[in-house]
Design a protein around this ligand. Structure first.
Ligand code: SF4
Length: 480
């Protein structure tokens, strides 16, 4: 790609190129096709780099013979938006495919469309505008608000769509492409009034293996090869989209995993709960023998034993768990079926294995919660302190009821009540624990986007558009 001449564009070009040069390529991806697809993670490079799904879709899109897919991320100061692979400006791509994993990234999509003068509403787009495609974790359910912006929504596992997409991604003409996609069962095409009939689900994780084609030096799993070993979750927590929507649960064969790891030293194993992986125990000696540096996306605390805790301690400073609440009543409502005893036993075992630091994820903001339940938190913290932990970190998230879950018909608790609960929780600890709270504003925005329906989506999009593009100050901080 020709380098830009003006200094501002050159700075942006160079900024993007440096991210690419910092990546270690594991699998060469052929960029041979002539139909250009911009695969956009609507957030910063660091957030994009933490997403295995983003890099998998990049790898798989390029398997379609006519497609040349390149990755993009966003930055507030960008003007041209260059691709990571060849630093080609986004304007040269006729198809823009957004990876929608997080509701609040929807603001960033609106920001980009406005910045590049693409109409934000799909019914106003013209034949020369890019085709706006939405995929990603949020498409496993049906968010009505997306139907007003996306030209096409592809629902489900991308690898399960490939065969059908191969027939479709051959047309350069926008209308023809939309018309062909309308025939696919897993696609919603709002302007043709076509709803999806199913969510695409891959049957076997061992055919198109979900391992990242590159290693990034940024993000949550920096410098690690990311491999998905489990898709979906066998548990059914009432608030969780993963448990409700990603069924059946599938696993990567351990032999395939071993082969992938044969040349690696540092690996991130992605699973809804790595402790549910059926071959975990037979692999532990193999991991230890090879001195692999491992990180795990998450685990179930009722599935821990000494072998796994030893492996965890060798790789992590902090023991991280998500009981969601210390009140058995609230856990029951959330569908998190853990007893007090299981939580305390797991913490004790981890302490005996050598952990001095624990990080605990909590949910608050249920109508059923009273001061009694909040006070139970401090009793629990006292018990954890007595075990000898030197550092206790608590991270509180307000309950955001999500579509597709058993809690979808609830309302998010009023902001004033949530703020009051934060005040009460803060008074419980003194210096015995470090406490952080997820932003109520960002959580509320998430709730609004997720729960918007056909009647209020247009109004909300207009508000979000004004917010994202700076004429409303209120949620400016939610952008990026
Ligand atoms: S919260 Fe965790 S254990 Fe529960 S359904 Fe979701 S992923 Fe599974």
């Amino acid at each position: 790609m020709r380098k830009p001449r003006d200094s501002r564009s050159f700075g942006e070009f160079d900024f993007v190129k440096r991210f690419r040069l910092s990546e270690q390529i594991i699998e060469q991806i052929d960029l041979e096709g002539d139909l250009r697809v911009a695969l956009i993670f609507p957030n910063t490079y660091t957030v994009a780099a933490s997403s295995l799904g983003f890099n998998l879709v990049y790898k798989w899109f390029n398997k379609l013979p006519r497609v040349r897919c390149e990755r993009f991320f966003l930055h507030r100061d960008f003007q041209k938006f260059y691709s990571l692979e060849t630093q080609t400006p986004i304007d040269e791509f006729p198809i823009w495919a957004f990876v929608m994993h997080f509701e609040n990234d929807f603001l960033n999509v609106l920001w980009l469309l406005r910045k590049k003068r693409v109409p934000i509403f799909n019914n106003l787009r013209r034949s020369f505008d890019p085709l706006i495609v939405f995929g990603g974790a949020l498409t496993y359910t049906d968010l009505p608000i997306f139907r007003f912006v996306a030209d096409v929504i592809l629902h489900g596992d991308f690898e399960a769509m490939l065969e059908d997409l191969q027939e479709v991604f051959v047309y350069e003409n926008r209308d023809r492409l939309i018309e062909k996609i309308s025939h696919l069962d897993f696609a919603t095409v709002p302007i043709n009034n076509k709803a999806h009939k199913k969510v695409a689900a891959s049957q076997d994780m061992n055919v198109l293996v979900p391992s990242s084609p590159l290693i990034s030096s940024k993000g949550e799993f920096a410098n690690r090869l990311l491999i998905e070993i489990e898709r979906g979750c066998p548990w059914n927590c009432n608030f969780c989209m993963m448990g409700a929507l990603k069924k059946p649960v599938r696993f990567l064969n351990p032999q395939v995993l071993k082969k992938l790891l044969s040349n690696s030293k540092s690996v991130g194993l992605i699973a809804s709960n790595v402790t549910d992986y059926p071959w975990l125990h037979e692999l532990i000696p193999w991991f230890e023998q090879r001195k692999l540096r491992l990180s795990f996306s998450s685990l179930r605390l009722d599935r821990l034993d000494e072998d796994f805790l030893r492996l965890l301690r060798m790789n992590q400073q902090s023991f991280t768990i998500a009981p969601e609440s210390f009140s058995s009543k609230i856990r029951g409502i959330l569908g998190k079926n853990l007893t007090d005893q299981q939580i305390l036993e797991a913490l004790l075992k981890a302490k005996k294995t050598g952990f001095d630091e624990v990080k605990i994820y909590m949910i608050y903001g249920l109508d059923e919660e009273s001061e009694k339940e909040l006070n139970e938190i401090s009793d629990f913290i006292n018990s954890i302190k007595k075990m000898g932990y030197k550092k206790i970190k608590l991270s509180f998230n307000p309950l955001v009821p999500k579509r597709g879950t058993r809690m979808e018909f609830r309302k998010m608790q009023d902001v004033k009540i949530l703020k009051n609960k934060i005040r009460v929780i803060r008074t419980l600890f003194g210096h015995s624990a470090q406490v952080t709270f997820e932003s109520i504003q960002a959580s509320y925005l998430q709730y609004l986007i997720n729960s918007a329906d056909e009647n209020n989506s247009v109004e909300l999009i207009e508000k979000l558009d004004r917010t994202a593009n700076g004429s409303m100050q209120i949620s400016r901080s939610d952008l990026f």
